[in-house]
Design a protein around this ligand. Structure first.
Ligand code: 5GP
Ligand code: ZN
Length: 115
C-alpha cells in the first residue's frame, strides 16, 4: 500500500533498524522501545491487522512465531523470556494499521496483559 508507514519500511523507503528479513517477513527495532528488546515483526504484504488476514498474510503471520523465537535467541532473551503480541483495532491501542507483532524482552514484563 503506497501510503502505509510499515509498507514503506518494508520497501526501505523509510529507514529502520532491520534485524531480520526473508521473502515474506521483515523485523526491525521499534522507534520507541518499551523494553530493552522491542522488535516489530511484519509481513511484507500489507494487511491491516489480525482481523484482516488473507491466505498470503495468514501464512506469513503463522511463520512469525518461528521467526520470533529465532530473533529472541539472537537478542539474548531466549532463556530470560519474551512476549509476542499484536494489537488489533482501537481498544487494543493499535496505532499503525499494518499487521505487526511486538517482540518484547530483556526485563521482567509484568503479569498484567491489560490495564
Ligand atoms: P501499535 O500501537 O500499533 O501496536 O504499535 C505500533 C508501534 O510502531 C509502536 O510501538 C511505535 O513505537 C512503532 N512505530 C511507529 N512509527 C514507527 C517508525 O517510524 N519506525 C519504527 N521503527 N517504529 C515505529
Ligand atoms: Zn502496509
Amino acid at each position: 500500500m503506497s501510503d502505509c508507514l510499515f509498507c514503506k519500511i518494508a520497501r526501505k523507503e523509510i529507514p529502520s533498524a532491520i534485524v531480520y528479513e526473508d521473502d515474506t517477513l521483515v523485523a526491525f527495532k521499534d522507534i520507541s522501545p518499551q523494553a530493552p528488546v522491542h522488535i516489530l515483526i511484519i509481513p511484507k504484504a500489507h494487511c491491516e491487522g489480525l482481523g484482516d488476514l488473507n491466505p498470503e498474510t495468514a501464512a506469513a503471520a503463522a511463520r512469525v512465531t518461528q521467526v520470533a523465537a529465532r530473533i529472541a535467541a539472537d537478542h539474548g532473551v531466549e532463556a530470560s523470556g519474551w512476549r509476542l503480541l499484536s494489537n488489533c483495532g482501537p481498544d487494543s491501542g493499535q496505532t499503525v494499521y499494518h499487521l505487526h507483532f511486538h517482540l518484547l524482552g530483556g526485563k521482567p514484563l509484568g503479569g498484567r496483559l491489560c490495564l
